[in-house]
Design a binder for this molecule. Structure first.
Ligand SMILES: C[S@@+](CC[C@H](N)C(=O)[O-])C[C@H]1O[C@@H](n2cnc3c(N)ncnc32)[C@H](O)[C@@H]1O
Length: 208
């Protein structure tokens, strides 16, 4: 397990990274990628869906979701990342912020139509546990979309990456999502021009 797949260490890491996150982030996760990922979700036209962003950080994914819905619930375990998000989106504006853990969501069963999580799964010590928790708070047939880092092909880069955090391919993503009880599991690779397969996005549905 990578050194950052530990909640306390990830919190400490983001205490410092939060100060430069919005400057560094666009090199690996940019607006074009976010638009591509958002296009994989189905936003119902007739009613406002309940949407949750897990590991919202400074609110980059949340801002994309707000292009499709009026209100987003957003959760992160880092108070430092959340402070940055409040500064951009307002503490009590269109986003209902919560500080909490992806593995223990403070929401009732069958609450959300859509759960989005970008760039956070790689820090979770037990991703299947968190995905089971997503399934619990999703309504039957609800959609989940998770953007994670793709496994590097180069052995040295892979060894270094694995020492830091979780990297996975589509086979491991399939295993994790299906073990957590999701259906219709599909994957898409995306990335900036210089590395078009840097990220793996998985989309799936909770059983009806
Ligand atoms: C790379 S940032 C992604 C932020 C944002 N989603 C985006 O798209 O830019 C990862 C975020 O996941 C959060 N995180 C890591 N582990 C978490 C956990 N167990 N529960 C909730 N948030 C977590 C971190 O605090 C950090 O803000």
């Amino acid at each position: 397990m990578g050194i950052l797949e530990n909640k306390a260490r990830a919190r400490l890491f983001y205490k410092y990274l939060s100060t430069v996150y919005d400057q560094v982030n666009p090199f690996i996760w940019n607006e074009e990628m976010r638009t591509e990922a958002l296009s994989l979700l189905e936003f119902p036209a007739d009613e406002e869906p309940m949407v949750l962003d897990v590991g919202c950080g400074t609110g980059f994914g949340t801002e994309g979701l707000l292009e499709h819905v009026d209100t987003v619930y957003a959760l992160d375990q880092s108070e430092h990342q959340l402070e940055k998000a409040y500064a951009k989106l307002g503490k009590r504006g269109p986003v209902r912020f919560h500080r909490g853990d992806a593995e223990r969501l403070p929401f009732a069963t069958n609450t959300f139509d859509i759960i989005w999580s970008s760039g956070s799964i790689e820090y979770w010590p037990d991703p299947v546990r968190a995905l089971r928790e997503f399934r619990r708070v999703l309504v039957p047939g609800g959609q989940v979309l998770v953007v994670g880092p793709n496994t590097p092909e180069n052995l040295v880069a892979k060894t270094l990456a694995d020492a830091m955090m979780l990297f996975y391919d589509e086979y491991e993503a399939d295993r994790m999502f299906k073990t957590a009880g999701f259906e219709e599991v599909k994957h898409k690779f995306m990335g900036p021009n210089y590395d078009p397969d840097i990220a793996i996005t998985t989309i799936a549905r909770a059983p009806e």
